[in-house]
Design a binder for this molecule. Structure first.
Ligand SMILES: Cc1cc2nc3c(=O)[nH]c(=O)nc-3n(C[C@H](O)[C@H](O)[C@H](O)COP(=O)(O)OP(=O)(O)OC[C@H]3O[C@@H](n4cnc5c(N)ncnc54)[C@H](O)[C@@H]3O)c2cc1C
Length: 441
């Protein structure tokens, strides 16, 4: 590992391991750096991923590098050290973690911010035949399959069509379905594709899209998607997914060449091996100060944490705020002060449907939709990207997509997926969602 930098924390300072470099983990690192702790950041990837813009990578609007930031550079800026690795086990009595590569690391405090992955709720075939959208690899695999399908259509075989199904009408599902509708309309990218040959379906079990939003904004999002040609099925349960179709609870079948699972999240299986108390969705149970129930030196933050008496949505703001809070409580404990309870500050929620269309709901009932909402969504997402270079490249790529609309390629080209047959149907990669998650390890 690298030597400690000049001006860094003292040798005697407490050692803090932060596992997971998402919104929560990075917010904790910033606070711990201020507190003078010796911080070791551990992540299974060598970069941090900005998940909210993954759907843009999947639809060729952004480069994969635009949403990823190198962790070594980031750790060095915050006088932390970075070690690539995957958390495998925790021994609270010995204050030690083990990684899957066999390394054993000692800590005085541990912050867990390892996020969540797809929950398939026992739907037959969902893990094997759907694409996920949680990692950069997921987004690239999905992009390559989407583009290959559209390219095969461009070969002009008569009577051919392609069907994309997005399962789940939360923000991710709505954003992806909206972006797919835009892709279909980009005739400069796929000049020979007849948009009527491209079917985009969004399937949601609940009676409305975007559950946490006001009914007026839900209705707006539904109307906008339908206006853009997305077939939205509400109140619709899925029973089974195969390589080429989606089978509904009532037995109806819908053809689907590419099916994306955006229907829910839970703790990944490996969390069960960490020996910590888990609640709904397998999330780690934490007390009001974010310490894991029954532990005095282990904090859980972000999506993976289930806070006693304070159910928070699995979004960026709760992750940032819980990460910050955990860092600050460790700083207090280092000074011999007691830890304080966490209070969430609601800054509002937003989701985009597509070009010039988004919904924003702020505290105290303030709601906006349409172009202004879309511009705020765009500005905020670009602002929250890590690193000046990423902000600039994302701004250029998104501006090109949305301002030069229809007059240029508009699509960042991908590669043929390994199973593509030139001129013929693209075979779904078996276990697309599951395999990409495994590859991330
Ligand atoms: C497609 C998509 C779109 C979204 N859009 C929005 C949006 O518009 N607005 C919004 O507020 N929220 C959005 N969210 C939710 C938001 O991204 C999450 O709530 C947030 O990323 C959670 O932060 P986190 O730090 O808890 O976890 P993550 O950001 O998931 O970070 C977890 C980190 O832990 C690492 N990791 C995982 N397991 C291990 C392990 N065992 N060992 C070591 N490292 C590990 C991962 O590599 C990752 O870097 C979206 C999520 C997705 C998937």
């Amino acid at each position: 590992m690298t030597a400690r930098r000049r001006g860094g924390p003292a040798e005697a300072a407490p050692r803090v391991i932060v596992a997971g470099a998402g919104f929560a983990g990075l917010a904790a690192v910033t606070e711990l750096h201020r507190a003078g702790a010796r911080v070791l950041l551990v992540d299974r990837n060598i970069y941090s991923t900005f998940q909210p813009l993954l759907y843009q990578v999947a639809t060729g609007g952004l480069n994969p590098g635009d949403v990823a930031y190198p962790l070594r550079a980031l750790a060095a800026r915050r006088t932390a050290r970075f070690r690539p690795g995957e958390l495998a086990g925790i021994d609270p009595a010995a204050r030690r973690v083990t990684l899957t590569d066999g390394a054993v690391l000692d800590y005085d405090y541990l912050v867990i911010g390892t996020g969540v992955s797809a929950a398939f709720y026992g739907v037959t075939g969902a893990a094997e035949h759907t694409f996920g959208l949680y990692t950069r690899r997921d987004a690239v695999a999905l992009r390559d399959h989407i583009m290959a399908r559209l390219d095969r259509l461009d070969l002009g075989a008569p009577g051919k069509s392609v069907s994309f199904t997005v399962v789940g009408g939360g923000a991710t599902g709505v954003e992806l379905a909206g972006a797919l509708a835009e892709l279909r309309a980009l005739d400069s990218a796929f000049p020979e594709v007849d948009p009527s040959d491209v079917h985009i379906r969004l399937v949601e079990m609940a009676p409305a899209l975007l559950a946490p939003f006001h009914p007026k904004l839900q209705a707006y999002a539904l109307a906008e998607l339908r206006r853009r040609g997305v077939e939205v099925h509400l109140d619709t349960k899925i029973r089974e997914i195969t390589g080429d179709r989606v089978i509904l609870g009532n037995g109806d079948e819908m053809p689907s060449d590419v099916t994306v699972w955006a229907a829910g999240v839970s703790a990944p299986a490996e969390v069960h091996g960490w020996g910590l108390p888990q609640g709904r969705g397998g999330r780690i149970e934490v007390g009001p100060d974010l310490r894991v129930t029954g532990q005095d030196r282990i904090f859980a933050t972000g999506d993976i944490a289930l806070i006693e008496g304070q159910p928070l949505p699995q979004l960026a703001q709760p992750a940032i705020q819980t990460g910050k809070h955990a860092g600050r409580q460790i700083a207090r404990l280092m000074k011999g002060q007691p830890a304080q309870p966490f209070h969430y500050f609601d800054k509002g929620i937003m989701a985009t449907i597509g070009r010039r269309s988004a919904v924003v709901e702020l505290p105290h009932g303030l709601r906006i939709h349409g172009t202004l909402a879309w511009l705020s969504w765009l500005a905020l997402h670009v602002y929250y990207l890590l690193g000046g270079r990423n902000r600039l490249s994302a701004l250029v790529n998104l501006s090109y997509r949305y301002l030069v609309w229809g007059h240029g390629g508009g699509v960042i080209v991908g590669d043929d997926p390994p199973a593509a047959i030139p001129g013929g149907p693209v075979q779904a990669l078996p276990g697309a969602a599951a395999s990409s998650r495994q590859a991330a390890r």
